[in-house]
Ligand binder design. Structure first.
Ligand code: KDG
Ligand code: MG
Length: 405
């Protein structure tokens, strides 16, 4: 069997998605997600110019060799662009292998470790009361784990809370440039501790509560927050601070028993080796699209398993339904699966393009038994929504200093 064609397709049904379609001479094709929010064209160029020409006429069944060829065989290893390109090719090859075998990908990984995949949903609000009302509505739908984010009084925009705006696209208006957001740790501490105090008062001890700091704190500030939140028993605190220097998490860890999670921007096992082997974190949140596909993420999950770290893959709306499917197969298989992030159903336009039979019910996802990843891509429907340039925001401290977003 040979790879006869590889298409790199971009569509914007509300936000940009980059999809790779590998076509074989046997007529079977596979799909992969290569979306990097705000850097889509860089991945497209990397794939079209540097990756696709090397793969034509190769055997699509050689998943491991192709992964090594694109990773080890390239002098400029790692990095988000190169690893997203590898990821999309890798997912598409697993999709093809499943279709040839007539098996869903989770069977190729070793079979299921559980019947279904527990999800955590997002409750966001302009006020604490609104956030808690939204959380109550999610609990009524069956969600047993909920991420709480609430607007910070005194700051014009807060991460995760967009109010009337549906997403960052709308914040950018007709002149797409990165919107600027302001940050104050002092104002945040007060709000977030109050949020979790009220949440426990209202919901009691059983529901799993989570929170994403989105890397806005320094390591010692992160340690302080983790400690302040201890009485409210979080399932995990996400991205408490940046971990480019992985030692930062040693500092946080040494001050708290609040479980810690990180990893959505990681590209390979080398971004989290110390975090995992020193057990400074409890959940690794890497995504198949950004960490080298199913092959790359499976390696991270296996390494995490022997250090008692659980998987909790990224599930933001800027990962396409193909990535979500790849995660559900990994989640179904992984012996050390923790929880899957779920940011809600996709919009109608996206559902028209990415068709699948995976189901979400009662706060739980059920992976489809269709061969491969179980997602199809309607190229005609996708062509109705052309690419639109878009950026994520940037963040500054109140005195104007550039800060982490
Ligand atoms: O592109 C950025 C988003 O993926 C990110 O802000 C989402 O932090 C995120 C999360 O936890 O889903
Ligand atoms: Mg996050």
């Amino acid at each position: 069997m040979k790879i006869s064609e590889i298409k790199v397709l971009v569509t914007c049904p509300g936000r940009n998605f980059v999809t790779v379609k590998i076509v074989t001479d046997a007529g079977v094709y596979g799909l992969g997600d290569a979306t990097i929010n705000g850097r889509e064209q860089a991945v497209i160029a990397c794939l079209n110019e540097h990756v696709v020409p090397c793969l034509i006429d190769r055997d699509p069944q050689d998943i491991e060799d192709i992964w090594q060829y694109l990773y080890r065989g390239v002098y400029w290893r790692r990095g988000p662009i190169g690893m997203a390109a590898i990821a999309a090719i890798d997912m598409a090859l697993w999709d093809i292998k499943g279709k040839i075998a007539g098996l869903p990908v989770y069977q190729l990984l070793g079979g299921r470790s559980r019947k279904s995949v527990t999800l955590y949903a997002h409750a966001n609000g302009e006020t604490i009361d609104e956030t808690l009302e939204n959380a109550a509505a999610l609990m009524d739908q069956g969600f047993k784990a909920i991420r709480l984010q609430s607007a910070i009084p005194g700051l014009p925009v807060t991460y995760g809370v967009l109010g009337e705006q549906k997403d960052y696209f709308e914040l950018q208006g007709n002149r797409p440039l990165p919107p600027e957001e302001e940050w104050s740790t002092k104002k945040y501490y007060k709000l977030v501790v109050e949020l979790f105090k009220k949440a426990r008062e209202k919901f009691g001890p059983d529901v799993h509560l989570l929170h994403d700091v989105h890397s806005r704190l320094t390591p010692i500030e992160a340690a302080r927050l983790s400690k302040l939140l201890e009485p409210y028993d979080l399932m995990f605190l996400e991205d408490a601070c940046i971990a480019e220097n992985q030692d930062s998490f040693k500092l946080v860890r040494n001050h708290t028993v609040t479980p810690l999670a990180i990893g959505e921007t990681f590209n390979s096992i080398w971004d989290c080796k110390e975090l995992i082997q020193n057990q400074w974190i409890d959940y690794i949140r890497a995504a198949a699209t950004h960490a080298g596909g199913i092959t790359g993420l499976r390696r991270i999950i296996d390494f995490a398993a022997i250090h008692d770290v659980k998987s909790a893959p990224h599930g933001a709306p800027d990962l396409s339904p193909i990535c979500f499917a790849a995660h559900m197969h990994l989640d179904s298989w992984a012996p050390n699966f923790g929880i899957q992030e779920y940011s809600g159903a996709v919009n109608e336009q996206t559902a028209k393009i990415f068709k699948h039979a995976h189901e979400v019910n009662d706060g739980t996802a059920f992976v489809s038994d269709a061969p491969g990843l179980g997602v199809d891509f309607d190229e005609e429907a996708a062509a109705e929504y052309p690419y639109k340039r878009s950026y994520l925001p940037v963040s500054r401290l109140e005195d104007g200093t550039m800060w982490h977003w």
